[in-house]
Design a protein around this ligand. Sequence first.
Ligand SMILES: [Zn+2]
Ligand SMILES: [Zn+2]
Ligand SMILES: [Zn+2]
Ligand SMILES: [Zn+2]
Length: 327
Amino acid sequence: MRIPEKPRYAYACQKSAEFLLDSGSNTLPLNILHAAKKYKWALTPYSQLAAEHHVTIGEVCGAFQSYDGYTVFHSGNYCIAYNDSRQFICNKKRIYFTLLHEFGHIYLHHFTDFDQTMLNRNGLSGREYQVLEEEANCFARNVAAPPTLIQHLQDYDLTRLSELFNLSFTAAKTRLYTLHRDAKYFLPEQNLNLSDRFDQFLNGMECEQCGRYFVSPGSNFCVFCGSKRIRHSRQIKGLPAGIRLNADKQAVKCVKCGNAQINPSDPHCRFCGTALYNDCAPTVCDVNGAPLLQLPCSKGAHLDGYMRYCPYCGNETTFLQEHLLTT
Ligand SMILES: [Zn+2]
Ligand SMILES: [Zn+2]
Ligand SMILES: [Zn+2]
Ligand SMILES: [Zn+2]
């Protein structure tokens, strides 16, 4: 195969989603060691190579013609060498991106699809080299921070992207700059799978008041105690237990009488009138206990089976008001 005239952004984006979903990870940044091990790609720091060959790290860079990293493909095995010298160690984010970039060269089959490669830089024209570099960069930024996950964030800026996705400031800038272009190359199914897989990573919250953990995008209130003192959780924890709901967030059976003959259009159990959906309910006291009637908020979405307070407005939920939640 000839090296393409232009970088294949659609290919690189779709392969990045495939790689990320295949990694089994549900949190970011990706565990690099874990991923390399899975594919049996060896990782070797420049410092080790320098020691083995009695040369300086500068000389290793010179030999590979790369300050950041280099992949060697030999008898079917891949070995990725990366610069771990002091100024690079200080910037772990740069090493992270470098390794994802090298993963890109491998996962996009740059070593096996093109006659000119072995990725020996000398065998490539400047343009060919740039095309493959651009594809590997595209792969790396989309594994590190998939557009659909960024688009799910309520608000973001360079600092937030850099922290959340382990990107250097420069890489975060490029990520933002290419966001809309890359986004359109992903398959709808990949986007769905990615947002599903990383739901807890993006939307896991913890409450400073009651200490409990829940998952809800765009929440302003704790769903257990109604407190406003909630923050994004860095850890992925087990989901709270609650009343079992189906995919449309309707109870699979009535909690009070056990009736399981339920139509999707039933808001209440037809036998005992118990609520089947957990919704934001009219609440007589606001979260500060002030006596007023607060009507359900306009979010309108059915809530999860464990939520006692609406995450959007802090109102009580129907399940709480009907005393269905015991744990
Ligand atoms: Zn490269
Ligand atoms: Zn709470
Ligand atoms: Zn019932
Ligand atoms: Zn509400």
